[in-house]
Design a protein around this ligand. Structure first.
Ligand code: SF4
Length: 255
């Protein structure tokens, strides 16, 4: 029987190799040249500006192997949710032509500087489900704590960044899918710990979409003008700042 140290050794070697491969893949991916509409609900406009401008993250703040695996598992779970919803009778389009090789549905505004890709569009649903169509479909995976908060308070309260994304996507997809903003979006939340599902209909919030759209414009304009948008906090100990990958850069600047 292999001893403990030997078993630990193989785990460390294989894990480290996987992490190195994932990080290398990530580093080889060209950086985004646009502001992701899914991010516009982020609490801090300056952080969004750093992200859009491609400002280097603080040392050690780049995504590690574990975070990259969490992202990838989330994507795989979204594919499962598509299968489950289709099994329940929803006519769900996730790619053009509904072919795996088809392009994702999405939008591009402000000369291509704000873009988003939608998880899906529901074209038809069994009447007893009470889903008006066409409807936007947005899926997120989360840990049990966040999932329970969504179930208890609803996505708008528990996860305002997701609510902002949904509102913006409904607004921006209206041109390509007329009527999509007239129907509530279907939000799916998968509990990664228990495989429990939460579903919620999210009516279009035009005011929120407008505020987020204005925010996007403000970030583009400030970046073009070489101006830095204000910090979200007056103190570096603020919650958002403690987890911000640009905290060193931000608080090292004069204003
Ligand atoms: S450190 Fe705080 S204020 Fe600065 S960009 Fe990050 S979240 Fe915003």
């Amino acid at each position: 029987m292999l001893d403990y140290n030997h078993r630990l050794g193989i785990a460390e070697r294989v894990n480290a190799s996987i992490d190195a491969a994932l990080i290398a893949e990530r580093e080889a991916t060209p950086p985004r040249t646009y502001l992701g509409a899914s991010r516009l609900g982020h609490a801090c406009e300056r952080a969004l500006q750093f992200e859009f401008a491609g400002a280097p993250k603080d040392e050690g703040a780049d995504f590690g192997g574990q975070t990259l695996r969490i992202f990838e598992i989330g994507h795989q779970l979204e594919d499962l949710a598509i299968r489950w919803l289709r099994a329940a009778g929803l006519d769900l389009y996730t790619r053009k032509g509904n072919r795996p090789e088809g392009e994702q549905f999405g939008f591009s505004v402000a000369g291509g500087r704000i873009r988003g890709h939608v998880d899906g569009i529901i074209a038809a649903a069994p009447a007893p489900l009470g889903i008006g169509v066409p409807a936007l479909w947005e899926c997120k995976t989360m840990n049990a704590k966040n999932w329970r908060a969504c179930v208890k308070d609803g996505v708008a309260l528990a996860k305002p960044v997701y609510a902002a994304q949904i509102a913006l996507y409904q607004a921006y997809m209206e041109g390509a899918v007329p009527g999509i903003s007239a129907n509530p979006a279907l939000f799916t939340a998968i509990n990664k710990d228990t495989a429990e599902l939460h579903h919620e209909l999210v009516p279009f919030d035009a005011g929120l979409a407008q505020r987020m759209s204005d925010r996007g414009v403000r970030i583009l304009q400030a970046t073009d003008a070489g101006e830095l948008l204000p910090r979200i906090a007056t103190n570096r100990d603020f919650f958002e700042c403690r987890f911000c990958p640009w905290a060193e850069r931000c608080w090292g600047l004069p204003g």
